[in-house]
Design a protein around this ligand. Sequence first.
Ligand code: NAD
Ligand code: TYD
Length: 344
Amino acid sequence: MSGQGTWLVTGAAGFIGSNFVHLALGERWCGRVVAFDALTYAGNLGNLERWTADRERFDFVRGDVADPDAVGRVFAEYEPSAVVHFAAESHVDRSIEDPAPFLHTNVTGTQVVLGAAREAPGAPRMLHVSTDEVYGSLPLDSTERFHEQRPYDPRSPYAASKAGADFLVRAAHHTHGQDVVITNCSNNYGPYQFPEKLIPLAIMNLLRGEQVPVYGDGLNVRDWIHVEDHCRAVRACLERGRSGETYCIGADNEQPNIEVVRALLPLLGRGELAIRFVRDRPGHDRRYAIDASKIRRETGWAPRIAWKEGLADTVRWYRENPEWLASVRSGEFLSYYERLYGGQ
Ligand code: NAD
Ligand code: TYD
């Protein structure tokens, strides 16, 4: 599969999708990428700017994954040899505010892409990108970690919508023998992440001389992985994962939120006064932790980027790209799309 063929990447203009496209085209994982994205508030075609002139190897189609006609047209026109499905509503706080778009995109959208892949010529493999949040929450005072056999216990509307999507993907394999692989990854950090998530929000606020809001007591634990390591894991599962299987992805890097923020302070020349404890998120999951031994054993994948270096590089990227931060905050990036693909 590697090196040739067209990969359909949904949600390619978002954080992880755009990092995936940079690696897939930059390292020639495939012959061509078709990026399919609705360009919601979180999707920014500017993230893919370096490829938009390369019409041989890259194309962009704006569309909604829950729209069967739009999705069907992309499969018919490009005949992809593989599908990597990133498109989702991805922010827990927004899902608490309004779960409706999460059901639309994450549940209905996944079913539409799944059906289209199954009906398409050659029924290409679909790699469904999911989250560790489907497994629920672990206690702080345990060494227990999430693994593929653990029962699902989603506790936010976001996690519930991703769990629903995962079940639909599993069901398609069971019912139709469809070629699918599911990945459940822990929290990602790195360039191009929308500044509503903890790390880019903290960097942005610290750069602007503002405080970082830390929810509750700041002791909730997340298991952080650099986005490039996640993308390489997705590729490994796409190419070497067993059909119908689930793979948990993580980099053995559990950090309490307050320690994440404390690690950022010196990198941005700020002190403890830049931390502000705020009201906790309702239903805030206490701890996530991943046992990634299955993907390591079966595909040979291993994370490459150490937390300290990855975080310093990430801070450097946001520092060096103030115009990116300014444009995603203002929504200006939509006009970039209009300029390039105005007629589509
Ligand atoms: P993101 O919010 O940055 O990007 C999502 C992308 O999907 C955007 O480009 C958006 O425009 C697009 N999109 C949204 N609704 C759409 C629709 N109806 N049709 C087409 N495109 C649509 O998200 P992300 O952080 O890059 O996450 C990508 C995937 O990885 C998601 O499925 C998420 O659940 C999963 N994941 C994320 C993390 C993380 O830490 N960010 C961890 C594990 C898994
Ligand atoms: P987030 O980046 O929203 O990812 P998720 O909720 O999917 O894990 O949040 C990561 C952790 O940081 C989570 O425990 C909530 C916390 N958090 C804060 O303390 N302050 C913030 O401003 C944000 C956005 C998150």
